[in-house]
Design a protein. Structure first.
Length: 371
């Protein structure tokens, strides 16, 4: 069905711009920044549509997009070398698709695994050569997704800063991250090389309730599925305005309709929860990887889910730690998009994450996924 292939409810993160619902201002800004060869960040909670916005805009005009998703590297294998290797592979793929033989020849010589430091340094230089060669063919946009995974490696940012100085504005780099503000983090001392090289930050937020309803209505209309207004209203309330959940909900309804089933809200929500629960546990695990005292983080989340919110003093009492320590825990959870600060209290930002945290298997399922 076409509407599920490239329409509003389609799962893909590269869509025709008309299927990227709302966000007209963000589309304009991304397109303007990319065209100007700027380097910039896009931040926001998970499933607010960061990847879809940037990839869809970059694919809508005449540039060479290169997409690198650091989550393609399993958490246990992530290292500076594996990041460079991933970028190299993405460049290789683009060169293959476009038949760019000169680029392929350069890329073939590059190797980061199991080689001496000298060869790694030479490989970095060759990677820059490959980008330079690509830039001679047209404007290049490198999209680096899940950049929070890279923050530990200052070497990556030094490399990127040098790349900036050599190839911007022919090369534009967009950094995407599911953290509160990527730009704030990228300007910290350990990732300092990019300081002064980044222009504005785009922050995506969940849709408000009215926009969520409009998205669902437009998606169902596109798929020729008529659905009760009540279901649309209730789903807009329950899915917290997250584009990822709204479109996933839409897909399930459309598929049920195609099978001739009657669409029942509770059943669809249960189905959605079942399909996404393990992904959510995996995301929480990844946000807590390399943290000491994982159990304490999980207890704070559990408390916030049960009580609806958690304050600094409540977290401090719960953990038996000083308020300053409790703040460190809360800040990390906010930074990784799991909690949202609301005046003086912290809430779980995403209603489906909250439901996942409330389940009895929560702690066990997260812990088995932490590497
Ligand atoms: N504005 C939109 N219109 C239509 N579909 C959208 C929109 N934004 C996101 N989607 C859909 O929602 C899903 C999640 O979007 P996307 O992966 O871009 O979010 P994200 O913010 O990058 O999430 P994550 O932080 O998990 O990477 C995708 O299936 C995408 O097709
Ligand atoms: Mg994304």
């Amino acid at each position: 069905m076409r509407c599920l292939e490239n329409g509003i409810f389609a799962k893909t993160t590269v869509k025709p711009l008309s299927s990227v619902f709302d966000l007209s201002n963000e589309k304009k800004v991304v397109s303007m920044l990319v065209n100007a060869g700027e380097w910039f960040t896009v931040s926001g909670l998970r499933r607010t549509g960061k990847t879809t916005l940037v990839r869809s805009v970059a694919n809508s005009f005449n540039v060479i997009p290169i997409y690198v998703n650091l989550w393609d590297i399993p958490a246990e294998n992530i290292s500076l070398d594996s990041c460079f290797e991933l970028i190299t592979n993405s460049v290789r793929k683009v060169a293959e698709n476009r038949g760019l033989r000169k680029v392929l020849k350069i890329v073939d010589k590059i190797s980061f695994f199991g080689v001496s430091i000298d060869i790694k340094v030479r490989s970095q230089i060759s990677l820059t050569d490959a980008f330079r060669e690509l830039c001679s063919k047209g404007r290049v946009v490198l999209i680096i997704d899940e950049v929070q995974e890279l923050l530990r490696y200052s070497g990556a940012f030094k490399y990127l800063a040098a790349l900036h100085d050599e190839l911007a504005p022919s090369l534009s780099v967009v950094f995407l991250g599911s953290i509160a503000s990527l730009r704030n983090v990228l300007e910290r001392p350990e990732s300092g090389p990019l300081y002064g090289r980044l222009s504005e930050e785009i922050v995506l937020k969940p849709f408000d309730e009215i926009t969520s309803r409009r998205l669902l209505k437009a998606g169902f209309e596109e798929c020729n599925v008529s659905i009760d207004d009540e279901i649309i209203e209730e789903a807009s309330l329950r899915l917290g305005g997250f584009a990822g959940w709204l479109t996933h909900f839409g897909r399930i309804c459309v598929l049920q309709h195609l099978r001739g089933e009657k669409i029942r809200l509770e059943k669809v929500l249960q189905h959605l929860e079942k399909e996404v629960i393990l992904t959510i546990y995996g995301e929480i695990a990844r946000a807590l990887t390399e943290r000491k005292k994982v159990t304490s983080y999980l207890r704070v989340l559990r408390y916030a889910a049960e009580m609806g919110e958690v304050s600094v003093s409540a977290a401090s009492k719960l953990l038996g730690k000083a308020p300053s320590t409790a703040i460190t825990y809360l800040k990390h959870l906010v930074n990784r998009g799991l909690l949202k600060k609301d005046n003086e209290s912290y809430r779980i930002a995403d209603p489906l994450v909250r439901r996942a945290v409330l389940r009895s298997e929560f702690e066990k399922e997260v812990k088995v996924r932490i590497v």
